[in-house]
Design a protein around this ligand. Sequence first.
Ligand SMILES: *Cc1c(COP(=O)(O)O)cnc(C)c1O
Length: 467
Amino acid sequence: MPQWHPHRSQLELPHEFSVNPLFSRQGEQAISRFKMHNQGMLPETAYQIVRDEISLDGNARLNLATFVTTWMEPAAERLYKDAYDKNMIDKDEYPQTAAIEERCVRILADLWHSPQPHTTLGVSTTGSSEACMLGGLALKRRWQKARKSQGKPIDKPNIVFSSAVQVVWEKFANYWEVEPRYVDVSPEHPYLDPEGVLSAVDENTIGVVPILGVTYTGVYEPVEAIAKALDDYQERTGIDIPIHVDAASGGFIAPFLQPDLVWDFQIPRVKSINVSGHKYGLVCPGLGWVIWREAEDLPDDLIFRVSYLGGNMPTFALNFSRSGAQVLLQYYNFLRLGKDGYYEVQKTCQLIANFLSKEIQEMGHFEILTNGSDIPVFAWKLKEGDTPNWNLYDLSRQLRTYGWQVPAYPLPPGMEEVTVMRIVVRNGFSTDLAHLFLMNLKQAIEYLDSVEGSLPHQTKHDNGFHH
Ligand SMILES: *Cc1c(COP(=O)(O)O)cnc(C)c1O
């Protein structure tokens, strides 16, 4: 196991450790690592212990693997500190926080061209994962109701997406017992294509889920063409299959960088959309959104009305309590940036992605698969026929010695023999950092080229996290 995934080795550590003598009091010479200590300690001591340990974590700014926000400006940090203790679910105690959540729903519904932005339904969630579960559940319930009303069986629901879906859709299918139908990606169609969709759907399909910004490569799946194919299918068969768009990243990119792209509620078949507030919504971790096209697209019997916090609050969520701070930060960003600000931030990321992908292409070893022209994410592979003594996993490990986290991984089923490396350009990855990264990338390659003999290889997929 590489050192930065230390879970298994944790148990091999001594079961006790001692505290810096500057802080330790009587009885604190030996602190249990795996059992709760009998006595408490002073706040400063506990703080030091936790602080010291997390100093071994990676530097989030150098993490080019994650889509998730790793930096917010000081005013946002202040707002976070002011609000982290507000419980989002307690809408009776914090009515203005609830009102602001509601306002964010309206803003997103409008941004995505809902025909009813003032009355449609939507909620904030802990991230896109929860938002996708809710979107998927609504599809399932809607399908069940329609089938029941026609006196047809409801025991074999299926859902259709490409083999490049994010893991949350595999979870959805598994947890809610819906058969997942994967349409394999291919070199000709490295994304969900309309023909593939038509070959997978039938009367038991609860919905089709195109991804706006595929995790592996950053490309947009063609929502409009898929919707058109499903229109034709309905004309031929009478079967009406809705679309949920997983716009975890693209929901905050397309409205600003590709305003003419038709992917959202402008398409009547698109019934719900999710986005991660903590990705290109530019809020720190813990926030997603799901919005329905119109109120009637969310089956009413999925909504719970609870009274134990006072008031009678409708909720549709998997989670109950969580901080309201992220929702307030989303609204802060809407105010602070406006459409122009979001455009500037995302455009800058895209320019940096274009620049870096071009530079990497010119290095000679690599072929660029995507260049950041959809979401500001790009991927490359080793050039066909280029056989250096090292592979992309070695390069990933070598970059890590400079602090950069850049994952290498195989493409999804259908193209799994291709290994790629990917960079997610986020706000805060400046042109200055991009130049420094290129310098380190060249140094890493020089080093790998200079190693005689073959490098020791661990398991093929040892660089884990790339979602
Ligand atoms: C990140 C991502 C998810 C999961 O989102 P979280 O906000 O991390 O829960 C789902 N789908 C896609 C396409 C993603 O990129």
